[in-house]
Design a protein around this ligand. Sequence first.
Ligand code: AMP
Length: 286
Amino acid sequence: MSAGLLRTVAEVRAAVAKARSEGRTIGCVPTMGALHDGHGSLIDRAVEAGHFTVVTVFVNPLQFRPGEDLDRYPRTLDDDLAMCAGEGVRSVFAPSAAEMYPGGKPGVTVDPGPMGQVFEGTFRPGFFGGVLTVVLKLFNLIRPDVAVFGEKDAQQLTLVRRMVRDVDLDIAVESVPTVRDADGLATSSRNGYLSVADRATALALPRALDAGRARSGEGAAKVLAAAQQVLRAEPALAVDYVAVVDPGTFTPVPAGQAGPAVIVAAATAGGTRLIDNVPVVLGADP
Ligand code: AMP
């Protein structure tokens, strides 16, 4: 069986309406394609819960700035369809940009608010506005009961949850832990850009996060210092940021605040920009 390829808004709406008429609940897994094991674990979550699962594959131009990798982003639709079929997915929605944005760039978009201006938002202005706009459009087209996102993109996940809450969408957002290759690097469609040497450099990112997490139970400053120390030892890695943040707000954790936090980091190895994060539980030390 190959997964059914849906190219148009009319086709995806019809597929979902049919599933609903059969009493199915609807799950949605938004992706940009070039599917890997990380996407696979999101798909598994939706399929295993029994939802009629729509995987979307759309390289969203709205979230790329000029000079970013929109044109060279990997597009592997045949492989994506085969992987989805193997996971038991019947519907893959892979629209063209013209199908998603028939009037060109939309005039009305989602404003991600202050949380969209920090960390990734600082280094990629407009990125989260583009992400949330396409996610909201996909939610409106598919009307899922459940949407599944990866913890790999922690700030994006928090913003999607925030949007769902702030504009009263009736959708349960579920998250799946980051999937990593055996060497520790988080799987990513962009990892294919890395040479062998770049990949060795990039591994300092998960190593740094691990070093921070190893200080669980201590305060944010010590956790951060442990991660920074590892990053400093790899000068070929150009670090954009590393920080210990509150997972609900993406603001840096103040000294003395105990409890769950996330160590977030972004860095470039050989021209390829990577982001990663790990959860940590802080102690009350300063
Ligand atoms: P992307 O295709 O990169 O836009 O990612 C689509 C979805 O897959 C997002 O919810 C990502 O957070 C999630 N995802 C990407 N990589 C991973 C990974 N290594 N582990 C878990 N989820 C991931």
